[in-house]
Design a protein around this ligand. Structure first.
Ligand SMILES: [Zn+2]
Length: 339
């Protein structure tokens, strides 16, 4: 029954894999096009866990890439990526809890739209005047209705009691049912991170994605890869004289320090010498404070991005650029993005 949905997603992804998309670009496609596909099906049915697992696998393989038939190293868990930006994720909709929220619409419909044909039919022929909150699943009922009952039970268990479940439905009720509101109540929230939303706000998406990976210290720097059991020679390709770690590559490296010195003085911020300073700067950043703040955030993330890009270019393509050249690129991005 769900094969057409899986085939559609596979076909769509196969069209994209030939393009050289950034992680941020892929995440946007997952959260728009792929989301649109399972969202359409999930509006009417409770998707089986096996199907959700297959869709998630297709999305993860697409996002991280496949090499020699296996998925490349995953540096940030799917669960973390599915968290909202304020919690340090990128807000990919987690299919299971989103599907639950969609299905709660039928519970809402029975309570708030009792005069619809479907509600009247259920109240008359299935509930037979009984209380929805006391309904139980039965083999004599349809698969569809049993799923609605399961969702009602899930709602009671998540809310803690029937009266709280009623309050939750009430909080999502308006001229229509607010699925997003229900989803935020059903999902298990992670801790808020001070830099979360600011990293993404007005910044170039691929710079923001890299910034997020960096804030979690999850970039595949050589020391991280060695910790994961890969045998590699650890040498920073930017200065060729120290070991590569996140702290060294982006801050202590003499090449990176040259870039920071130039960009920090141009943006009129302190020169960053550690990730902790970057995070603390983000914490002091006031959202919506105006162009100056936005320029600084864009510049800071662009600097991190161009240092990482230069490192990858030297390792994988043998390309070398000077610190001055990278500073010009960073300033160009800031002037264009913040204009
Ligand atoms: Zn170095």
């Amino acid at each position: 029954m769900y094969q057409p949905l899986l085939e559609k997603i596979k076909n769509k992804i196969s069209h994209w894999t030939n393009n050289s998309l950034s992680y941020a670009g892929k995440a946007i496609l997952i959260n728009s096009v792929i989301f649109g596909m399972h969202n359409f099906w999930g509006a009417s049915v409770l998707l089986p866990k096996g199907v959700i697992k297959k869709i998630n696998k297709l999305c993860k393989d697409f996002l991280w890439g496949i090499e020699d038939g296996t998925r490349r190293h995953v540096f940030l868990s799917w669960k973390s990526l599915c968290n909202p930006k304020s919690e340090g994720g990128i807000g990919i909709k987690e299919i299971l809890s989103w599907n639950w929220a969609q299905m709660m619409k039928w519970v809402w419909k029975l309570l708030y739209r009792p005069h619809s044909i479907w509600s009247k039919w259920i109240h008359h022929y299935v509930l037979k005047g009984g209380d929805l909150w006391q309904a139980t699943t039965s083999i004599s009922h349809s698969w569809y209705w049993n799923n609605v009952v399961k969702m009602k039970d899930l709602l009671i268990s998540k809310a803690g009691s029937i009266s709280s479940a009623v309050d939750w439905i009430d909080a999502c009720s308006g001229s229509t049912f607010h699925i997003g509101q229900m989803h935020s109540m059903l999902r298990q929230p992670a801790n808020l991170v001070s830099w979360g939303a600011l990293v993404h706000h007005t910044c170039v998406p691929k710079h923001a994605f890299l910034g997020m990976m960096e804030m979690w210290n999850k970039l595949p720097t050589v020391d991280n890869l060695i910790q994961r059991g890969l045998y590699l020679v650890n040498r920073c390709v930017l200065c060729c004289c120290q070991n590569e770690s996140l702290g060294h590559l982006f801050f202590q490296c003499s090449f990176a320090a040259q870039i920071w010195s130039s960009i920090a003085s141009w943006l009129q911020v302190c020169s960053f010498t550690s990730l902790e300073l970057v995070i603390s700067w983000f914490m002091s950043c006031v959202p919506g404070k105006g162009m100056a703040s936005s320029r600084k955030r864009i510049g800071l993330l662009a600097t991190l991005y161009y240092i990482w890009k230069e490192r990858n270019g030297r390792i994988f393509k043998g390309l070398h650029h000077t610190a001055d050249f990278l500073c010009t690129q960073i300033k160009f991005v800031v002037c264009n993005r913040a204009a």
